[in-house]
Design a protein around this ligand. Structure first.
Ligand code: GLT
Ligand code: MN
Ligand code: MN
Length: 394
């Protein structure tokens, strides 16, 4: 039975070809499902209510394909997109599967490998442009080390910067209006990956030649693996105007990168993330695609893959509705308002330093003991959130 949580293209949900197309292989066993063709994936996603599909160059065009073969494959894929009304908002480059990248792509100590990686990225960007993509993601899965004996990380950072600068200049020269989104991950497949978190990326971006072209693509699993808060990573990116894309999935903290169905673990984290993206608690909503970088359990057959895809989208919409109700709740508003004290009074004094502000600050009477005695009612507030989440309130 269709209901209000069934996805529609207006929701702007997207999946990677590599996500619903994942045949269920893991390091301990081979594929368990037939490999769906890109055209089958497009048809399935359209049926499921998605808006778009994203891809790596080699999800569509095999490594080493001739120009003629490439054009034939891309032509067939474009036809499927048109037939099913799907768009390609994001494209990315596989800079991790081929053995040439075993010691990195943009951070390889060998300039020949870096040159090959930049050239491959240029080809992937051209493909993305041809398919209408506006965002180019860079996930440097191999950009790291098992042993820091291999190189000085400062060299790696410099090489990474040079490669990204080269690509931003080239894109501008082509007259394309593209944005790059850098995706962090702390480890796996490398022992340690450079620029381990979204926070690392945000600083690194400011050192580039065209920082305005470059933002981040935070992933739930990648922030949660080391136990960090995805909500805080995304909030920092949003505050900096750098949330160019997002990878939604789920993860148990401390494990390998699980890429589970969105909202299937840590529902509270997912709730506050959706609340942030939808802007129900204040500030404008995130406007980009809601992209799922996840895959179905290895237990599933092809039907299970579509259960997985629908599940990601439905859970997002359910959480968005729960977040809206939570933020509209008068008791929630009252507790939040009670904690925001003197925002327009003393708060103003702190907003901009002047010598006069410093003098006034010195004269303000502040009773630390009285302030320390105040409770904040966050137990009550969080219980309300939990009750919305569990569906017994609102
Ligand atoms: C790969 C990785 C993801 C990245 C994809 C983009 S590929 O599946 O695990 O986190 O987002 O390169
Ligand atoms: Mn990802
Ligand atoms: Mn992942």
């Amino acid at each position: 039975m269709p209901d209000a949580f069934d996805p529609v293209p207006e929701d702007r949900f997207t999946f990677g070809l590599w996500t619903v197309g994942n045949p269920g292989a893991d390091p301990f066993g081979g594929p368990v499902r037939p490999r769906l063709s890109p055209e089958e994936i497009v048809a399935g996603l359209a049926r499921a209510g998605a808006w778009g599909v994203n891809l790596h160059d080699n999800d569509l065009v095999p490594f080493g394909a001739s120009a003629a073969e490439r054009d034939r494959i891309v032509g067939g894929f474009r036809k499927a997109l048109e037939d099913h009304g799907l768009v390609v908002p994001m494209a990315t480059t596989n800079l991790f599967s081929h053995p040439v990248f075993r010691d990195g792509a943009f951070t390889s100590s060998d300039a020949r490998v870096r040159a090959f990686a930049v050239r491959k990225a240029m080809g992937a960007i051209e493909l993305g442009v041809e398919l209408g993509a506006r965002t180019i993601v860079f996930w440097g899965g191999r950009e790291g080390v098992e042993s820091d004996a291999a190189r000085d990380a400062r060299d790696a950072l410099r090489w990474m910067r040079e490669c990204l600068n080269f690509l931003t200049h080239w894109v501008r020269d082509q007259g394309w209006e593209l944005r790059f989104a850098l995706e962090a991950k702390p480890n796996e497949p490398r022992g340690d990956i450079y620029l381990a978190t979204t926070g690392h990326m945000l600083h690194f971006i400011e050192t580039l030649d065209h920082p305005e072209m470059v933002g981040v693509n935070p992933e739930v699993a990648h922030e949660n693996m080391p136990g960090l808060s995805m909500v805080h990573a995304v909030a920092q990116a949003m505050e900096a105007g750098k949330l160019f894309h997002i990878d939604l999935n789920a993860q148990k903290i401390g494990r390998y990168d699980q890429d589970l169905r969105f909202g299937s673990e840590d529902q509270k984290g997912a709730f506050f993330l959706v609340r942030l993206l939808e802007g129900t608690g204040g500030y404008p909503a995130y406007e980009g695609p809601r992209h799922f970088d996840a895959h179905a359990y290895r237990t599933e057959d092809v039907d299970g893959v579509w259960d997985f895809a629908r599940g990601c989208m439905r859970t997002y919409k359910i959480l968005a509705a729960r977040a809206r109700a939570f933020d509209a709740d008068p008791e929630v508003q009252e507790i939040l308002a009670a904690n925001r004290v003197e925002e327009d009074g003393l708060g103003m004094l702190l907003r901009a330093y002047t010598p006069e502000a410093a003098r006034r600050l010195a004269a303000v009477e502040l009773d630390a003991e009285a302030l320390a005695a105040l409770g904040h009612r966050y137990e009550r507030l969080d219980q309300i959130a939990v009750e919305y989440l569990l569906g017994v309130r609102g």
